[in-house]
Write a protein that binds this ligand. Structure first.
Ligand SMILES: Cc1cc2nc3c(=O)[nH]c(=O)nc-3n(C[C@H](O)[C@H](O)[C@H](O)COP(=O)(O)O)c2cc1C
Length: 196
């Protein structure tokens, strides 16, 4: 199932995905053959070994800022410049991100583990102090002291399993710092140590 996000949409490619979508529908319904998918524990343990950079996705919806921590962020395409992340279908942040006409990707630095934890927690105002932020060029909140930020226009969303793939066309990319990254590995935040 491919769905178009309301709001700005530019340069979307032609739809070549009918066969693939049929395959996706079969997989979502669990029709992927006996013994073909790994059990949940082994899946989680293997993925925990994969270190990932940490971002906070932010948007402004109805005048209210929204944001969530994500490690599923990645680059997708150079031409056009596309990035993507995956959001849980049960996320309470997703409806507000979806309603926004653009979003920002805040790439966190190595000393921003507390900020990452705040934007993953429930029952807190993620944008209240000590979070420091200001509206970006199109309105989406930009977090202070991040390594870099991207401002993205909605390009495509696709339901994949229990998550939604969100692809954005990058309208602005600004590097603020040396880029020492915040990493997430085995359930913990950490730092990158380069080889000498
Ligand atoms: C390190 C880390 C990475 C995360 N990555 C993702 C992600 O890629 N996609 C996602 O949907 N949730 C991710 N989460 C969970 C969300 O940040 C958040 O906890 C979740 O969306 C629940 O909040 P919400 O209902 O307000 O959205 C991550 C959490 C942590 C701590």
């Amino acid at each position: 199932m491919t769905e178009t996000v309301p709001g700005l949409l530019r340069g979307r490619p032609a739809d070549h995905g009918a066969d693939l979508r049929e395959g996706r529908a079969a997989r979502r319904s669990g029709d992927h053959g006996p013994g073909r998918s790994v059990d949940g524990g082994a899946f989680r343990r293997a993925l925990a070994v994969h270190a990932a950079g940490v971002v906070v996705i932010t948007a402004q919806s109805g005048g209210v800022p929204a944001g969530m921590t994500a490690t599923s962020f990645s680059s997708v395409s150079l031409d056009p410049p596309l990035v993507a992340f995956y959001v849980d279908q049960d996320s309470t942040t997703w409806p507000r991100l979806r309603a926004a006409d653009h979003f920002a990707v805040n790439i966190l630095g190595s000393d921003q583990a507390e900020l990452a934890a705040r934007f993953a927690g429930r029952g807190v105002d993620r944008f209240a102090a000590p979070t420091r932020w200001s509206p970006g060029p199109l309105g989406a909140p930009l977090l202070r002291d991040v390594s870099a930020h991207l401002v993205c226009l909605p390009y495509e969303t696709t339901a994949v399993g229990d998550h939604i793939l969100v692809v954005g066309l990058v309208a602005e990319a600004v590097v603020h710092g040396p880029g020492r990254p915040l990493l997430y590995h085995q359930g913990r935040f950490g730092r990158f140590i380069p080889h000498p």
